[in-house]
Design a protein around this ligand. Structure first.
Ligand SMILES: Nc1ncnc2c1ncn2[C@@H]1O[C@H](COP(=O)(O)OP(=O)(O)O)[C@@H](O)[C@H]1O
Ligand SMILES: [Mg+2]
Length: 252
């Protein structure tokens, strides 16, 4: 479990995260929403140990984050950014996927084995042997994710990774979220994406202003996913739809 207690983070003298406490369980998927400048990225950077908080505590599996070596920290938590290119260090897709792993794993056979596994699991055969600079935005994002997945961290943060992607690339990433056993923190401005989460947290001006189980929001139709919109239309028109009951049964 990741436990955050009374966390305060400053950036260039301004308080950006204000006295936040939260828990993130192993395997739990959290959607973190909030307006631009709310502090979402800053919180993610603090959780990943990339920036050091002003005060408060972050524990990963009961151990303070500051006690971890960088290698051990990367085995626990990984982060994928909106602009994957800022993360690229090589020009070759396979080497890029292996890069992070090669920093935490010294056995070359194990590295090859894990990279092959990721390529197969994420069906990246169309991407290997290509130059990272020739990939589309969505393909770049898949490679950036794969290099994090290769390290198989317990927790992964996705910081607005789908915002510049087309529908097809987004669907590929959603499939990946669905199949991932790790805990996920999905930072997004797209309300539709809360359906991949167990819990929703809203961050405003450096504070958690709202928190709920995702199911509750979806069931109450507070968040209009395409399914929810469909359901509402269906309910509104049930008197005119002879198969209404059967459709309900199919929808479950
Ligand atoms: N590198 C930085 N240096 C100084 N201030 C920053 C930096 N990055 C973000 N900030 C400030 O921190 C606040 C929160 O930003 P950020 O965490 O990026 O929010 P969000 O991800 O929710 O848009 C903003 O006021 C922003 O101007
Ligand atoms: Mg951000």
């Amino acid at each position: 479990m990741i436990k955050v207690e009374s966390l305060t983070v400053e950036r260039e003298g301004n308080t950006v995260i204000r006295d936040i406490s939260l828990s993130w369980h192993k395997g739990e998927k959290i959607a973190l929403l909030g307006p631009n400048g709310a502090g979402k990225t800053t919180l993610a950077l603090a959780l990943s140990g990339i920036i050091v908080p002003e005060s408060g505590y972050i524990y990963i599996d009961s151990q303070p984050i500051s006690d971890y070596s960088l290698t051990d920290l990367r085995k626990k938590i990984g982060i994928v950014f909106q602009d994957p290119e800022t993360q690229f260090v090589t020009t070759d897709v396979s080497r890029e996927i292996a890069f992070g792993l090669s920093n935490i794993e010294s056995d070359p056979d194990e590295i090859f084995r894990r990279v092959d596994y990721i390529i197969e699991k994420l069906n990246l055969f169309d991407l290997i042997n290509r130059d990272t600079s020739n990939l589309s935005g969505g393909e770049k994002q898949l490679v950036a994710m794969s290099s994090i997945y290769a390290m198989s961290p317990d927790y992964i943060v996705f910081d607005e990774v789908t915002s510049f992607l087309d529908r097809r690339s987004r669907e590929r990433i959603y499939k990946l979220w669905e199949d991932t056993p790790s805990g996920l923190l999905i930072i997004t401005q797209n309300f539709e994406e809360i359906k991949w989460a167990d819990r929703v947290i809203l961050l405003e001006n450096g504070k958690i202003s709202f928190e709920s189980e995702a199911d509750t929001l979806l069931k109450k139709n507070i968040i209009h996913t395409p399914e929810a919109v469909f359901r509402t239309l269906l309910d509104e028109n049930k008197d005119f739809i002879p198969e209404y009951q059967q459709i309900l049964e199919i929808l479950g």
